[in-house]
Ligand binder design. Structure first.
Ligand code: IMP
Length: 186
């Protein structure tokens, strides 16, 4: 664990940043592995990557570059009702997909699974649109929180149930541009 800074040694330390849980090298190495696995599993097909905004934008962009297949992209944005650090499980679609999912091999790309309520809502919603297949790739899964083991094919890292920021993940829209994942200490 190293002590994080926002943009360089000349910056004063940000007291809101806790320990680094996953550094930039570990992120890139794991994303490359996931990309290889997806490339093998979907050989001969053109999967449709569905990113969940905003948190998954950075992961999705790196993951897509690690997949050696003719992928297509779509995005949806959801908002979950709740406090800034706790989801309520009631999900509202803020931006819906542009593409039709029927007959497509859909890979849902999620930033983080906390309670798992957002993911189970999205799964039901996307399955109702008649894809040929639906799998989930989540960068982070918090351990010991979900009531049932969430149904996903690809997981980047399992982390302790603490609030984290960086690499797309925010608190009040800030810190998404950190190139690593660290605990929120604020
Ligand atoms: P869930 O429905 O409880 O699984 O929450 C999932 C959503 O809540 C994620 O897609 C994130 O947008 C947000 N979220 C949950 N935990 C964190 C965290 O530790 N940092 C940043 N966002 C989080």
């Amino acid at each position: 664990m190293s002590s994080p800074s926002l943009s360089g040694a000349s910056e004063p330390p940000d007291p809101n940043l806790g320990p680094v849980l996953i550094d930039a090298n570990e992120l890139q190495a794991r994303v490359t592995e996931l990309g290889r696995q997806i490339t093998d599993d979907y050989a001969g097909r053109a999967p449709l990557l569905v990113g969940v905004l905003k948190g998954a934008f950075m992961f999705m962009s790196d993951l897509a570059r690690a997949v050696r297949l003719p992928v297509e992209f779509d995005f949806m944005a959801v908002a979950s009702y709740g406090s800034s650090t706790k989801a309520s499980g009631v999900v509202r679609i803020v931006k819906d997909l542009d593409l039709d999912l029927s007959g497509r091999h859909v890979l849902l790309v999620e930033d983080i699974v906390d309670s798992g309520l957002t993911l189970s809502y999205l799964r039901r919603n996307l399955l109702a649109r008649g894809p040929a297949s639906l799998e989930v790739c989540a960068l982070l899964v918090k351990e010991g929180i979900q009531e049932r083991e969430p149904d996903f094919r690809y997981v980047g890292f399992r982390i302790p149930p603490t609030f984290v920021i960086g690499y797309g993940l925010d608190i009040a829209e800030r810190y998404r541009n950190l190139p690593y994942i660290c605990a929120w200490a604020g």
